[in-house]
Design a protein around this ligand. Structure first.
Ligand code: AMP
Length: 287
């Protein structure tokens, strides 16, 4: 595996392989890699001639009071995991090279970032869309891989690509979970032992929603109340949002149908966790 730090070297490498007719799959990450990230890498490995994984803790997607400075990092461990997974290039650019002095251009969607995470993290999706488009321009991937775990992010990127005629296929990948159901996340490392036990309430709430769906319930208010009750049973849990939304538009729905996505963000102590599930998905499938 090659490790590349400069934009020019990354772009030269990509162009030389595109000339040879190789397809490139890109997996953008912020590092501190776990099985969720590696599932994206594996899918990219199967579907492309070459795989590039980027590790970049993107400052423009963090709010002022968020965890940019303490975001967990493990470059050596990450590099070993990616090498073992058969990645061709690890791209680790420096922040001041991607956002040089006088940087002023951003990608901003008008509607999709407004609800859910965008409401509590203003500017977050502007930073996400901008860094993803920059990575696409540098790496020139045929396909790029994103987890359903960050469902709103995936929808924002799909929409950006459609609206701006970007020539990269966006592939959404299933959520990888711990054995007790907690969605894997680099931020899970912030949780104390007690908090870790309580964090299972996000998955618990999604299971409550799925059971209601299986019983034929169609009133979204019933779902939201039952999910809230499940989360609030944990002493450290504070709800940011719990919603039932349309899987495409992310707009709230009142009558629950097969297209409904249950989504929630909950703070456990100081750690903000998110999760989601399509209610119609078969329970055995790890959405
Ligand atoms: P991050 O490093 O948190 O920015 O995540 C990088 C990519 O990995 C994003 O597309 C995430 O949606 C995806 N990802 C993170 N956690 C998981 C997970 N548990 N299962 C599947 N994909 C994930």
């Amino acid at each position: 595996m090659k490790t590349i730090a400069t934009i020019k070297e990354m772009n030269d490498w990509a162009k030389s392989h595109l000339l040879l007719g190789d397809s490139i799959g890109l997996v953008p990450t912020m590092g501190y890699l776990h099985e969720g990230h590696l599932s994206l890498v594996n899918k990219a490995r199967h579907e492309n001639d070459l795989v590039v994984t980027s590790i970049f803790v993107n400052p423009t997607q963090f709010g002022r009071n968020e965890d940019l400075s303490v975001y967990p990092r493990d470059p050596l461990g990450d590099s070993a995991k990616l090498e073992a997974a058969g990645v061709d290039v690890l791209f680790m650019p420096e922040a001041d090279k991607l956002y040089g002095a006088g940087y002023e251009t951003f990608v901003e969607l008008e509607r999709l970032p407004l609800p859910l995470c965008g409401k509590s993290r203003p500017g977050h999706f502007r930073g996400v869309a901008t860094i993803v488009l920059k990575l696409f321009n540098i790496v020139q991937p045929q396909r790029a891989y994103f987890g359903n775990k960050d469902y709103q992010q995936l929808q924002v990127i799909k929409k950006m690509v459609r609206d701006l005629n970007v020539n990269t296929g966006i592939i959404g990948c299933p959520i990888v979970r711990e054995t007790d159901g907690l969605a894997m996340s680099s931020r899970n490392s912030y949780l104390s032992t007690t908090e870790r036990k309580q964090a299972i309430c996000l998955y618990g709430a999604l299971m409550v929603a799925r059971r209601l769906f299986a019983s034929g319930e169609s009133d979204s208010k019933v779902y939201i109340q039952a999910m809230r009750d499940k989360v609030m049973a944990e002493p450290e849990a504070v709800v940011d949002y719990i919603s039932l939304v349309d899987r495409e538009t992310l707009e709230n729905i009142t009558i629950v149908s097969g297209d409904a996505l249950a989504v929630l963000a909950v703070k456990i102590g100081k750690t903000r966790l998110i999760d989601n599930m399509l209610l119609a998905e078969s329970a055995s499938k790890n959405q």
